[in-house]
Write a protein that binds this ligand. Structure first.
Ligand SMILES: CC(=O)N[C@H]1[C@@H](OP(=O)(O)OP(=O)(O)OC[C@H]2O[C@@H](n3ccc(=O)[nH]c3=O)[C@H](O)[C@@H]2O)O[C@H](CO)[C@@H](O)[C@@H]1O
Ligand SMILES: C=C(OP(=O)(O)O)C(=O)O
Length: 420
């Protein structure tokens, strides 16, 4: 077993290329099963969630080739209607296979998805949406059995702009008969990327990037090649890191249009950001400013996935900050660990009050989920002594190599072997 050791107290300097987006590549890989042929996906991040999705695709009959960061999926012959529980339990995005497999083979069974425990994470909106497209879904014995004689286009008004439900319905709509209209659709950049990928495969999608997406069903798709964009959450994590430690970093490939709200937040924390077609440069010359009230919201609002990394930076702000987590009810698990490191944080339901302290101190902490784990790495870079972060398998779900990236920016962050 490995842990991450951080010896903090250094400013960050330098530039790195940002990995491809986890939340874009996972639904894109799921979408590849819609096509009775080959899809080539470039700039795929080498993370454990992608490895898990590859195993699922392999288990249902896809032939996968990996060449560097390119994944080639040949989904010509699917031969399994049951997604193996072992992989479904590991990853939330396994549920996104429902829509495309219903479209392609009209039958699929899957257990409830696992992944990080950041809230109850029901899938009622997925199920309701797919039923509107004429799928029959039986939920019994912790298993979803889904079937249809033919998916039929329909109008669906989501009660909440769920990212996963929007993706599942979109993917089911591609091979459905007639037109599907998704109202109150999620507008996250990863939905836009999925729509771009589907269009590249020959799907007919309108309203890309808006809250109303229309999909006109087609009967066949074609081979296509697509390049995944930079991960906006990884970008934002490193922006929060430099906001905390000070320094100057350039995140090559970062898409500024995906990060307008986040750029505004780090600027209010005292950073200077410069954007170009090449990426984003962030400069921080002092301790971060406090942030009076920061709420997480669906895109284009401030992303819940960056709440913990920004919280870590705010622990050493010049004053008091308030965060409100509106999306996931159990996303403050990292707080107990940050307090162990000397942070002054009080939680009241959705609200976190962070009273800035001068610095944190190193100790042994544990990650409970992906972004909380990344937040602890940031906290470790603030602390002058040594911090050990355990249970890093969560971090590996979404960060290709957080130690490599931060080392390239001058930090002392290393994987270490646990003493058995
Ligand atoms: C792989 C992926 O892309 N994950 C992202 C996706 O997760 P995910 O797709 O799970 O997030 P959703 O947008 O669906 O969830 C948002 C909220 O809606 C609730 N909800 C969702 C579906 C449903 O059927 N019923 C329901 O009540 C959830 O419990 C949560 O409170 O979007 C989240 C919100 O931006 C991000 O934090 C995750 O990183
Ligand atoms: C919550 C996240 O991912 P997932 O939905 O895959 O659990 C995340 O990326 O922060």
């Amino acid at each position: 077993m490995t842990y991450i050791q951080v010896i903090g107290g250094k400013k960050l300097h330098g530039d790195i290329e940002v990995q491809g987006s986890k939340n874009a590549v996972l639904p894109i890989l799921a979408a590849s099963v819609l096509h009775n042929g080959v899809t080539t996906i470039h700039h795929c991040p080498d993370i454990s969630d992608v490895q898990c999705m590859i195993r699922i695709l392999d288990s249902i009959g896809c032939k996968i080739k990996k060449e560097g960061s390119t994944i080639i999926v040949d989904a010509t012959q699917l031969n399994n209607y049951r997604i193996p529980d072992e992989y479904v339990a590991r990853m939330r995005s396994s549920i996104i296979l429902l829509g495309p497999l219903l479209g392609r083979q009209h039958f699929v069974t899957i257990s409830y998805p696992g992944g990080c425990t950041i809230g109850a994470r029901p899938i009622d909106l997925h199920v309701k949406g797919l039923k509107r497209l004429s799928a029959e879904i039986i939920e019994a014995n912790d298993l979803l059995t889904c079937m249809t004689t033919k998916l039929m286009g329909s109008e669906i008004n989501l009660d909440f702009p769920s990212v996963g439900a929007t993706e599942n319905i979109l993917l089911a709509a591609v091979l459905a008969e007639g037109t599907t209209i998704i109202k109150n659709a999620a507008k996250e950049p990863e939905i836009e990327e999925l729509c771009e990928f589907l269009t590249c495969m020959g799907a007919k999608v309108d309203g890309i990037g808006t809250g109303t997406i229309a999909v006109q069903g087609v009967t066949a798709l074609h081979d296509c090649e697509y390049t995944v964009k930079a991960d906006r959450i990884v970008t934002g994590t490193y922006m929060a890191a430099v906001a905390a430690t000070g320094g100057k970093i350039t995140l090559r490939g970062a898409v500024k249009e995906h990060l307008e709200e986040v750029i505004g937040v780090v600027n209010r924390m005292g950073c200077i950001t410069q954007t170009s077609s090449d990426g984003i440069t962030v400069i921080q010359k002092s301790r971060p400013n406090a942030y009076d009230l920061l709420r997480t919201k669906p895109y284009p609002g401030f992303p819940t996935d960056l709440q913990s990394p920004v919280m870590a930076a705010l622990t050493v702000a010049k004053g008091n900050s308030i965060l409100i987590e509106n999306i996931f009810e159990a996303r403050y698990k990292v707080v107990r660990e940050l307090i162990k490191m000397g942070a002054n944080i009080e939680i009241d339901g959705k609200i976190a009050i962070i009273r800035g302290v001068k610095t944190l101190h190193g100790t042994s902490v544990k990650s409970y989920e992906l972004r909380g784990g990344a937040a602890l790495v940031i906290a470790g870079m603030i602390a002058k002594e040594t911090t050990e972060i355990h249970s890093i398998e969560y971090i590996l779900r979404g960060y290709e190599d957080i130690c490599r990236d931060l080392q390239m920016l001058g930090a002392n962050v290393n994987y270490m072997e646990e003493n058995m």
